[in-house]
Design a protein around this ligand. Structure first.
Ligand SMILES: [Zn+2]
Ligand SMILES: [Zn+2]
Length: 166
């Protein structure tokens, strides 16, 4: 979805609003998936300085817990506002994905905002105990392994020997 921001800033008489649903499943996501279409709205209004953009979207993210590999599903809300001045349309370093003609790539913008919104490390729960280093099972699932050293019951003969030696 392309929005002609250049034309809007110079000529629009009315605000612009649109709903969208983007299939972003094929994008390059850092360590998770966004399999379902991302739905949202974009609203653009003219201001004395240029334009105000309001972006809203909801993304369902699927991943594996970084500690125990259990499936994680989390929904993130995007609610962002941007101010655009005519001079920004000429700026190659401007934060919004605009081409040289002032066309805003709304799909790319939604992708960028999701990447910023989703934490780098996803966990099934904030206090996930991870996997047991002995049996490889999830600790939360009730593994009964004891850390090495505490596990073996004291050998009765050895303790008698210790008493004799002391
Ligand atoms: Zn976990
Ligand atoms: Zn275990």
């Amino acid at each position: 979805m392309q929005f002609d921001l250049n034309k809007f800033i110079t000529a629009a008489k009315k605000p612009f609003t649109a709903s969208f649903s983007f299939d972003l499943s094929g994008y390059d996501w850092p360590g998770y998936q966004v399999p379902a279409p991302v739905a949202g709205t974009i609203a653009v209004t003219r201001t004395p300085q240029g334009a105000e953009i309001a972006l809203n979207a909801e993304a369902a993210v699927k991943a594996e817990c970084a500690r125990c590999l259990a499936p994680v599903q989390e929904t993130y809300q995007i609610a962002q506002q941007y101010t655009v001045r005519p001079v920004d349309l000429e700026d190659p370093d401007f934060e919004l994905p605009l081409d040289e003609d002032g066309l805003l790539d709304v799909e790319e913008l939604v992708y960028q905002e999701i990447v910023l919104a989703v934490p780098r490390v996803l966990l099934c729960s904030p206090d996930c105990l991870g996997l047991c280093p002995i049996c490889g099972k999830r600790k939360a699932a009730g593994c009964t392994c004891q850390p090495a050293g505490e596990a073996a019951p004291a050998d009765a003969r050895l303790s008698i020997l210790k008493q004799l030696l002391s």
